[in-house]
Design a binder for this molecule. Structure first.
Ligand SMILES: [Zn+2]
Length: 256
């Protein structure tokens, strides 16, 4: 079920965090979505996706209703979950059409779905905020990651750490030269070449550069979705499922 998982317990006045990336093992979806597809928009059976989402929630000690998904649109809009601020509770069940989601709650987990795009998870363990971000090529170019960092800082975050999950690597991501140049104009680290020396974009490197520029410490996990059959890859398989990055803030300890 998990490609990578870590739980940092709260300590004193600091919040804890549980964050993870799933793989495609241990679910009930059939080919070409097998097995742990967590996305409804890809053509998989709804009941299979619901079963898979239940399993993920259960693993995290939450209910399905506590998982907060986004209706990801490759843009740079960011939303804050209801209850973090003075938000309209009526919208609590709707997945907002954004690519960055921020929460200050400890009773829900934020989820970003990917199959080559870059999943970014953020936490501020001092002020108590988490965020999940979907950064594909367009998201990197339009700055969805810096926009999410800015959104957290507006809420009061000062001590943000980032975790960058597996995505398609530069050598596997061939693009036209003009597209590479447009990405490099935003973040020079994004300019790359493929296994055969043709123009490519390193979207994750671009995202890491953006985080470093924001002064946010980064951990970048190794792994190429296109090369690892345990992960979903749209470039490799076309119609396929989505794995997720998931992040949950853990309550800080009662300080006497
Ligand atoms: Zn690769």
């Amino acid at each position: 079920m998990f490609f990578w998982r870590e739980r940092i317990e709260p300590s004193g006045a600091r919040y804890g965090v549980e964050w993870a990336f799933t793989d495609r093992r241990g679910g009930s979806s059939q080919a070409p979505f097998d097995q742990l597809n967590l996305a409804r928009h890809v053509g998989d059976l709804d009941e299979a996706v619901t079963t898979n989402r239940h399993r993920l929630a259960h693993e995290l000690g939450l209910r399905l209703a506590d998982l907060r998904f986004m209706d990801q649109v490759h843009g740079c809009d960011v939303a804050v979950t209801p209850g973090t601020q003075d938000h309209d509770q009526e919208q609590a069940d709707a997945a907002p059409s954004v690519d960055g989601l921020i929460s200050g709650r400890t009773d829900e987990a934020l989820v970003v779905m990917v199959a080559d795009c870059v999943p970014v998870l953020l936490v501020d363990r001092t002020e108590g905020f988490v965020a999940a971000v979907h950064a594909g090529r367009l998201g990197m170019v339009t700055g969805v990651v810096p926009a999410t960092v800015a959104g957290m800082r507006e809420l009061g975050a000062e001590d943000i750490e980032a975790l960058v999950g597996p995505s398609v690597c530069a050598r596997c991501y061939e693009v036209p030269a003009e597209m590479r140049d447009a990405a490099a104009a935003v973040a020079p680290s994004a300019a790359a070449v493929t296994w055969t020396g043709t123009p490519a974009i390193d979207v994750a490197a671009g995202v890491v550069e953006q985080l470093v520029r924001e002064g946010v410490p980064v951990r970048w996990l190794p792994g190429c979705t296109r090369e690892n059959p345990d992960l979903y890859s749209h470039r490799r398989d076309g119609q396929t499922g989505r794995f997720v990055g998931v992040v949950r803030l853990l309550e800080r300890e009662q300080v006497a």
